[in-house]
Design a protein around this ligand. Structure first.
Ligand SMILES: *Cc1c(COP(=O)(O)O)cnc(C)c1O
Length: 385
């Protein structure tokens, strides 16, 4: 019941019902505005209790149901649940036969898990520079980075905005490469009406801070029955049938407890996304002191982060916002190729844009539990910088 206790604390502290109470607090000390907050309700708690009393705790009907929901929402034939987004990335690469001697082209600007999943397979990540406006990898740089050892292109839909998929898919098709999309931050986003995770093999994270969560969890989506089979086998000890082992597998299974939470969250995905979009639209209109993020043509942005650039004064800005009670985040302070354990393996390359941008980005609160007064406070604090 530790989980339930924790969930009820966060529900009381920042549940949607608190929105209207915000105004009454203005005369007192205002509470800090957090950068992110999990939105959990009694639906999640009841779903967990139901699984625990059912006696079937791991990889049962809840996991299967969550897989079906993900296949439907990404418009793909198969979805396979895992215990995290990181192991989902790892399995997706293994299913595409990525291993030592291979290269995977990916963005230089992402969470470290993107690079680690490539390193876990023994392959070499090849980092390409990003576009200043979208923060996503630049398709021209991807095309230029293709070499004889390239096996996979791994675009990252950063902050909830899809990458420019048409030129990326062209490059992949031209060279016979697989595409593994890191959709960890972009559940529900679309590019030219098509859901992310349906272009190549899609990988999602259901970690606590993502747009929807199972607390910890991941999902792989694909239209390829062979890839779906392989990841299913690899996530469960390499077992193709009871006690028939066909590969060195892993224990990357999702539990039914986590899946039950994920199912309650998927039910709210549309609502969560539209509140984030509304919050982002408000901030874009109200913030006048810095340039606000752009939505690329043909993209539906799901606003995992609302990220501005503050050249030369980012760290001071973060401090000033904190003093005004506004939380903010830096995603990410270090380009992936400059992370020490990665720099030791992959020789550094010339990536001027990401090295500039990593010192400027600052993400502001945009999560669905923000009330109107809180959004106003965020915008006012940014405008005072
Ligand atoms: C969160 C995240 C991951 C890893 O997901 P986990 O579920 O935390 O393992 C991978 N890539 C990106 C871009 C992420 O934001």
């Amino acid at each position: 019941m530790r989980v339930a206790a924790q969930l009820s604390v966060s529900l009381r502290a920042r549940g949607p019902h608190n929105r209207d109470e915000d105004r009454s607090l203005t005369s007192k000390t205002l509470p800090d505005i957090s950068l992110s907050a999990p939105w959990v309700t009694h639906r999640e708690m009841d779903a967990v209790a139901e699984v625990l009393s059912s006696g079937h705790l791991v990889q049962g009907s809840r996991v299967e149901a969550l897989e079906h929901r993900f296949a439907a929402l990404t418009d793909t034939r198969y979805a396979v649940a895992t215990s995290s987004g990181t192991c989902a990335l790892h399995l997706a690469l293994l299913a595409h036969d990525v291993g030592p001697g291979d290269e995977v082209i990916t963005s230089s600007f992402s969470f470290v898990a993107t690079a680690n999943s490539i390193l876990h397979t023994g392959a070499k990540p090849v980092f390409v520079d990003i576009n200043k406006e979208t923060f996503n990898l630049d398709p021209d740089h991807v095309a230029a980075a293709v070499g004889p050892r390239t096996k996979v292109i791994m675009p990252v839909h950063l902050y909830g905005q899809p990458c420019d998929m048409d030129p990326l898919m062209d490059t992949a098709t031209r060279h016979g490469l697989a595409v593994v999309e890191d959709c960890a931050q972009a559940v529900g986003a679309t590019y030219r009406q098509r859901p992310v995770g349906s272009f190549g093999t899609g990988v999602f994270s259901l970690y606590a801070t993502k747009n929807i969560t199972s607390v910890e969890g991941g999902m792989i989506t694909t239209n390829d029955a062979r890839i779906a089979d392989r990841v299913r086998i690899l996530r469960n000890q390499g077992m193709a049938a009871p006690y028939k082992y066909v590969a060195v597998g892993y224990n990357f299974r999702m539990t039914d407890v986590h899946a039950a939470i994920g199912l309650a969250q998927v039910d709210r995905l549309r609502e969560v996304t539209s509140i984030r979009q509304r919050n982002a639209a408000y901030l874009s209109a109200a913030i006048t002191s810095v340039k606000t993020p752009q939505i690329s043509p043909g993209c539906e942005h799901v606003w995992h982060q609302f990220t501005v650039r503050i050249p030369g004064a980012r760290d001071q800005a973060k401090l000033a916002l904190a003093q005004a009670g506004v939380g903010s985040g830096i995603f990410y302070p270090t380009p992936l190729p400059d992370v020490p354990h990665i720099r030791d393996i992959v020789p550094p390359s010339d990536l001027p844009t990401v090295r500039e941008i990593a010192g400027e980005v600052l993400s502001l609160p945009v999560h669905p539990l923000l009330g109107d007064t809180e959004l106003e406070r965020v915008a006012a604090a940014v405008n005072r910088l």
